[in-house]
Design a protein around this ligand. Structure first.
Ligand SMILES: [Cu+2]
Length: 621
């Protein structure tokens, strides 16, 4: 059950700059951890503290020394029977856990996660938001940066967490497997938090979805007939739907808190189909971080978190509970689509300690009162979602500067569209109007090749795998958000087109929603880089006037942007991570339909600006 964990300690000393550290002594420590788990507790912190103290002594007691450690984990991908809503079904899990185990590391750590595939189908795992500096081989999206891990095989993801701190998550990145294969990825900072109240405890709150039916079979049906996904049967908080669903009261998340203490809630939206609103009854929430980047603090009654996004909030247990000693917390969708939707609410509870003994049953909740009780915005409250997004600003302090590119080398404008494709002859199509649902960027519907794009790029075998001609603007100008959703809807082209940019290029990407089928909020996620959301708005992007209104002082730095429904978002990034990077909608059905693209960042001139060679155990197709 226990296996040895080797900690590789690099003792460093300060060079001229605070940031340039030079190794002077190397050593090894070992301790025991439970296989497949990382326990962030005093057992691990004690040796780390000792190493730190030793480092201080060796390096002349400089306060700026740090240590680098290798963290080992083992993920077994396996089926496990799980019951929710009185439905028992085999679920894909990591080590039999649902949600999967939390990965917790420190900023600067080397991470090695061995993933063993113990299921009869292919799989991969993605470390969502980890930049993977020069280590694209460990990023995870199937057929983009690696061939899948085949049944019975293992692959060890090796990477370093460089200058990132906060809440991220991991999830499967092949078909719809992430519906149950997900968990928190927490990076502890090397410096104290830049917010003041002492934190009593840190609580991951992972939102997910539950289908009574087999979601992988549902995906196969979607692909075969061009149809849409079935709505999920429940939303979940840490895998638990809560008492508003049939046969579900016992599966309710309850968090105990001490009156007067402050807690850090790490909100993660791992759901597949929905942006979500979240609130805690009677409590004000303080946002301090999004997508593992500190923000300016702001208070809010509720949070909007899109699939692929994370949000850290402070919650003070400063209210007086009634005789139930509990306050409900709730999440339900922020809906912009017109298609049928899971419009249910997942509920958990904040249990105040020191109140009377915990009830065995949660207090009765009247669904019709949820909105007033929990500060939850109405499901179509776009004004709230917009105001919330507009409040998110980078901290932009001396210690945590906002390095937004002030000028750009290239602007790429791309539509993010849903489309209807004419039904091919002699086939059955079950999308709207008897056609096939597709989705596209600049009218290109992304097709996964049958081998890894990164590998074919690295080995210069691109022929037949991808082409380097992703269009840098829409093929035709039209009134993107004003077209007739059905009459003017257009067929797309299918292919694997990539955008190639030189190392260090300062890019601006304008993501333009369209009205085809319906306008909709698309959470666009970029691999390998964070970006800055410098502008957004409703309607069509105006290249003449909108850039003048950009925020180039403290725009939010993120890995996933919720592009406004019927609007646009402009993001900037410095392409300083050589490799092949996926960019896609984090609404899973939209990615299945092709709302995705790939960009390649070429090597720079220095060795430190080049992609590392592939690892020996890289899976083969
Ligand atoms: Cu989308």
């Amino acid at each position: 059950m226990f296996k040895s964990l080797y900690i590789h300690v690099t003792v460093v000393q300060v060079c001229n700059s605070m940031h340039k550290l030079k190794p002077i002594v190397q050593g090894f420590l070992s301790l025991e951890v439970m296989e497949g788990y990382y326990l962030h507790n005093s057992l691990l912190m004690l040796p780390l503290f000792c190493v730190w103290m030793g480092t201080l002594l060796l390096a002349g007691a400089s306060p700026s020394t740090s240590s680098s450690i290798t963290r080992h984990f083992h993920f077994n991908i396996e089926w496990k029977n799980v019951t929710r809503l009185c439905h028992t079904k085999p679920l894909l899990t990591v080590n039999g856990e649902f949600p999967g185990p939390t990965i917790a590391v420190h900023e600067g750590d080397d991470v090695k996660i061995k993933v063993t595939n113990r299921i009869p189908i292919n799989t991969t795992i993605h470390w969502h938001g980890v930049k993977q500096l020069r280590t694209g081989w460990a990023d995870g999206p199937a057929y983009v940066t690696q061939c899948p891990i085949q049944s019975g095989k293992s692959y060890t993801y090796k990477f370093k967490v460089v200058e990132q701190r906060g809440t991220l998550f991991w999830h499967a990145h092949l078909s719809w497997q992430r519906a149950s294969l997900y968990g928190a990825f927490i990076i502890y900072p090397r410096m104290p938090y830049p917010f003041s109240p002492p934190i009593e405890a840190e609580i991951p709150i992972i939102f997910g979805e539950w289908w009574n039916a087999d979601f992988l079979a549902m995906e196969s049906t979607m692909i075969m007939y061009g149809s849409g996904p079935n709505s999920s049967d429940a939303y979940t908080i840490n895998g638990l739907p809560g008492p508003l669903y049939p046969c579900s009261s016992k599966d309710t998340f309850i968090q105990t808190v001490e009156p007067g203490k402050t807690y850090l809630l790490r909100l993660i939206n791992a759901a597949l189909t929905s942006e979500l609103f979240f609130s805690v009854a009677n409590h004000t929430l303080t946002v301090v971080e999004v997508d593992a980047v500190y923000t300016k603090q702001f208070k809010t009654t509720a949070v909007m978190v899109a699939p692929g996004q994370t949000t850290n909030i402070l919650l003070s247990a400063d209210q007086v509970p009634d005789s139930s000693t509990r306050f409900p917390m709730a999440a339900r969708p922020y809906v912009t689509a017109m298609v049928p939707f899971d419009e249910t609410t997942t509920l958990g509870f904040l249990q105040y300690n020191g109140g009377k003994a915990m009830n065995s049953k949660p207090p009765p909740i009247k669904p019709c009162n949820i909105s007033s009780v929990h500060n939850l915005p109405a499901m179509r409250d776009t004004p709230f979602a917009t105001q919330f997004s507009d409040k998110v600003r980078s901290l932009a302090s001396a210690q945590y500067p906002c390095n937004v590119p002030k000028a750009v080398d290239k602007r790429v404008i791309t539509t993010t569209s849903l489309n209807l494709q004419d039904c091919p002859k002699n086939t059955t199509c079950k999308g709207f109007l008897g056609k096939r649902f597709t989705a596209s960027m600049n009218n290109q519907s992304f097709v996964h090749p049958s081998m890894s794009i990164l590998e074919s790029y690295y080995r210069k075998l691109s022929s037949g795998v991808y082409s380097s001609d992703f269009p840098e603007k829409p093929p035709t100008d039209f009134n993107y958000t004003g077209v007739n959703p059905l009459n003017e809807n257009m067929n797309t082209e299918f292919g694997t087109k990539v955008l190639v940019v030189p190392y260090g290029a300062r890019l601006e990407l304008v993501l333009q929603d369209t009205a085809f089928i319906n306008v909709e909020n698309h959470p666009i996620h970029i691999h390998g880089h964070n970006f800055f959301v410098v502008g957004s708005g409703f309607g069509n992007f105006d290249a003449k006037h909108d850039p003048a209104k950009y925020n180039l002082i403290d725009p939010p730095e993120r890995n996933t942007v919720a592009v406004p429904s019927g609007g646009w978002a402009a993001i900037r990034l410095k392409a300083d991570n050589p490799g092949v990077w996926f960019m896609h909608c984090h609404l899973e059905a939209h990615t299945t339909w092709g709302l995705a693209m790939v960009f390649i960042v070429k090597d720079g001139s220095k060795p430190s600006e080049c992609l590392l060679p592939p690892p020996d155990d890289l899976p083969v197709c």
